[in-house]
Design a protein around this ligand. Structure first.
Ligand code: GAR
Length: 220
């Protein structure tokens, strides 16, 4: 199987980056992280990249006169490292036309909600405040909107009565770590077919995954 060259963009702690690295090192993900780019100079994820001997760069958006200039630098670095698929792993900047047009349908983002519910920021607090019973996370291709592109895979996570934003975030994050690598592996296996908003996954067992998740559970 071919190895997909990844460029991973981060802004923070990089636990999703770590999960991807771990899957690659365990031989379960046919990809290679060619470069990690952070727009935040002291992002914790840079240390993780260093520990694994990965190329890393800081591109501080505040030092560029426009989003276009910032993204031109991102594209230059991604191309320099031969990146095919761009992974937004906690990258907290909106993606504009310069980056999108350089990697059409080749930018994946993870968002800690069941999109299209709760796009943007302050997701976990908003979910708790709204009283939803099921929260979750979504991996999607990036388009010109905010958290709006074609959805590849989602995981639903029950919200517990005593959840606060931090507790819920931690339980969602554990599922993020599972589904992001899965989505990248499906890409590596050339099984993702995007038609408009729909992402068809080739070769899925039609009898698998038909269970429903009801929370709170119904009486037996
Ligand atoms: C993750 O929860 C990710 O879903 C979220 O930031 C966190 C990054 O954690 N991303 C977004 O909200 C993007 N809209 P990490 O740095 O530990 O991977």
């Amino acid at each position: 199987m071919r190895i997909v060259p990844l460029g991973v963009l981060i802004s923070g702690g990089g636990s999703n980056l770590q999960a991807i690295i771990d899957q690659i090192e365990a031989g379960r993900l046919s990809a290679a992280v060619r470069v990690v780019i952070s727009n935040v100079p002291d992002a914790g994820g840079l240390k993780r990249a260093e520990r694994h001997g990965l190329a890393r760069q800081v591109v501080d958006h505040r030092l560029f006169p426009s989003r276009q200039d910032f993204e031109a630098e991102l594209v230059r670095i991604l191309n320099e490292h031969g990146v095919e698929l761009v992974i937004l792993a906690g990258f907290m900047r909106l993606v504009g036309p310069s980056l999108l047009s350089a990697f059409p349908n080749r930018i994946m983002n993870i968002h800690p909600a069941l999109l299209p519910s709760f796009p943007g920021v302050h997701v976990w607090q908003n979910e708790v405040d709204h009283g939803v019973k099921l929260a979750g996370c979504t991996v999607h291709f990036v388009d010109q909107g905010t958290d709006s592109g074609p959805i590849i895979i989602q995981a639903a996570v029950p919200v517990l009565d005593d959840d606060d934003a931090d507790g819920l975030a931690a339980r969602i994050l554990a599922q993020e770590h599972r589904i992001f690598s899965k989505a990248i592996q499906l890409y590596a296996e050339d099984r993702l077919e995007v038609t408009g908003r729909r992402v068809h996954i080739r070769g899925v067992d039609p009898n698998a995954g038909r269970g429903v998740l009801i929370h709170p559970p119904l009486e037996a």
